[in-house]
Design a protein around this ligand. Structure first.
Ligand code: ZN
Ligand code: ZN
Length: 173
């Protein structure tokens, strides 16, 4: 079975990309993969935009194959192609102010000071995203090899207030 797009049949599925619920009737992307825990297949549900950022390959494959009418097709494709062009971009899982001073930046290896902005990283492994450490916000270009990260960072930072989002925006300028 191949990946799919479909309107969510209930309001119970959660997006694996952003951990938010997917509303009933909202278009969702299903990544089909072999069940790592047993036989058969399983489906990972994601918002299409979250999939474009975090699972670009299956999303692009599905875009090519689907006949569904997707209003965001072009922007999804653009985001997914950027994710493939810079292989570390799909690791972005939002940003936060560092609550402590223990973590080291995966880019420069220096500690991340308490209270400073850091980007959370996740790695995709067999159907799930596992925490993968942090990079200084200021190390984004060195690590991701592109400066164009703000939209992704904001998308996966839903717990930030409007003020904090604005701050982040300014810090990325
Ligand atoms: Zn999502
Ligand atoms: Zn750093």
């Amino acid at each position: 079975m191949s990946h799919l797009f479909e309107p969510a049949s209930s309001g119970r599925s959660k997006c694996r990309g952003c951990a938010q619920g997917i509303e009933r009737g909202e278009l969702r992307f299903g990544e089909r993969l072999p069940n790592p825990f047993g036989e058969g297949e399983m489906t990972l549900w994601l918002h299409p935009a979250c999939a474009a950022y975090k699972r670009p390959e299956p999303l692009l494959q599905a875009l090519v194959e689907t006949s569904a009418n997707l209003p965001d097709r072009e922007s999804l494709e653009r985001a997914a192609r950027a994710s493939l062009a810079h292989r570390r971009l799909p690791r972005i899982d939002g940003a936060e102010r560092s609550p402590g001073a223990q973590a080291k930046c995966r880019s420069c290896r220096e500690p991340i000071a308490r209270g400073s902005w850091r980007i959370r990283l996740v790695f995709y492994e067999e159907g799930r995203f596992v925490p993968g450490g942090f990079v200084h916000l200021d190390c984004r270009k060195a690590y991701f090899e592109t400066d164009d990260v703000l939209d992704r960072v904001l998308r996966f930072s839903r717990d930030l207030s409007a003020d904090e989002r604005e701050e982040l925006r300014r810090a990325c300028d």
